[in-house]
Design a protein around this ligand. Structure first.
Ligand code: C2E
Ligand code: MG
Ligand code: MG
Ligand code: MG
Length: 292
């Protein structure tokens, strides 16, 4: 019956403006509470070497274990945290927690593991950012090249002069910089040249249709070529199918993340997964060429 009444009908079920504002206020109060009561947890998505399919690192992705609502994904609360001024506190917690965990893993059987942490635009503007990173690296004694920060193209657009100087300071600390969701923003080639970036992550929207859409194929090929010409590592995100992996292996992409290998995992599951992957699992993609 609902269908017969026309598709516009669903608007009657949308929450009113007032309800939405109230809902947001509730999330805001709950989030403050969550930060103080250990309700946030990091999950880790493995990053694998495209060719060998061995684990080289992980990306930390925050989850909120809400006492009543269950697990909430970052898409629902990062923007709220930004708007209500909680993002820097949240971000500092994520950074410290990810680095603390990385140190433990490096001392316990994963000596070369690298860690990527996402930064939202507001965090990148924070005057405390470089200091927080410096202190975290000192406390956790992570060697240079272990921590990578993922930023989006919009960060570079907002205030390019400031961005260059912040990135240079981070680079001095031995921190890698990845451009996340590459291709979805407005970054120009000029930016890639000017900013001390170390890797680009091809957005999963391009990877998705790599084997069906010639345009996406062309974009992925171009980004891999561009990245390599500029001596950047190229990571493909959102790899879900063997055919996508094989395509990227043939094109010389450097690293892979995606559900084909694993979704983001809580700490103990990640540990078990890495052990299995590196010891027992067959390769999923192309056979490795025999050394001549
Ligand atoms: P992102 O950094 O681009 O992270 C990748 C997102 O894609 C993750 O969603 C991940 O679970 C998902 N993903 C990974 N592989 C696949 C795949 O093969 N297929 C599909 N369909 N999805 C895949 P998640 O964890 O919900 O995070 C969403 C976004 O929230 C992240 O996008 C990032 O921008 C932001 N975020 C997550 N954690 C943090 C954090 O600690 N701080 C900040 N500032 N932002 C965060
Ligand atoms: Mg990311
Ligand atoms: Mg991404
Ligand atoms: Mg994203």
């Amino acid at each position: 019956a609902a269908k017969a009444e026309g598709r516009n009908n669903y608007r009657f079920f949308l929450p009113s403006m007032h309800e939405r504002v109230k809902e947001r206020k509730t999330i805001e109060e709950d989030l403050r509470n969550a930060l103080e009561h250990d309700q946030l947890e990091l999950f880790y998505q493995p990053k694998v070497d495209c060719l060998t399919e061995q684990v080289v690192g992980a990306e930390a992705l925050v989850r909120w274990k809400h006492p009543e609502r269950g697990m909430i994904l970052p898409g629902e609360f990062i923007s709220v945290a930004e708007e209500c001024g909680l993002i820097n506190k949240l971000g500092a917690w994520v950074l410290r927690e990810a680095c603390r965990q990385t140190q433990i893993w490096r001392e316990n059987g994963m000596p070369d593991l690298r860690m990527a942490v996402n930064l939202s635009p507001a965090q990148f503007q924070d005057v405390e950012l470089v200091r927080t990173v410096t202190q975290t690296l000192e406390t956790t004694k992570l060697p240079e090249g272990t921590l990578e920060l993922e930023i989006t193209e919009s960060i570079l657009m907002n205030n390019p002069e400031k961005a260059v100087s912040t990135l240079k300071e981070l680079k001095k600390l031995g921190v890698g910089i990845a451009i996340d969701d590459f291709g979805t923003g407005y970054s120009s080639l000029n930016y890639l040249k000017r900013f001390p970036v170390t890797s680009i992550k091809i957005d999963r929207s391009f990877v998705n249709d790599i084997n069906v859409d010639p345009d996406d194929k062309a974009i992925v090929d171009a980004v891999i070529g561009l990245g390599h010409s500029l001596h950047l590592d190229v990571v493909a995100e959102g790899v879900e199918e063997v055919e996508q992996l094989q395509y990227l292996q043939n094109k010389g992409c450097d690293f892979i993340q995606g559900f084909l290998f694993s979704k983001p995992l809580p700490v103990p599951v990640f540990e078990k997964w890495v052990k299995d992957r590196n010891e027992n699992q067959p390769r999923l993609g192309n056979p490795v060429a025999e050394p001549a």
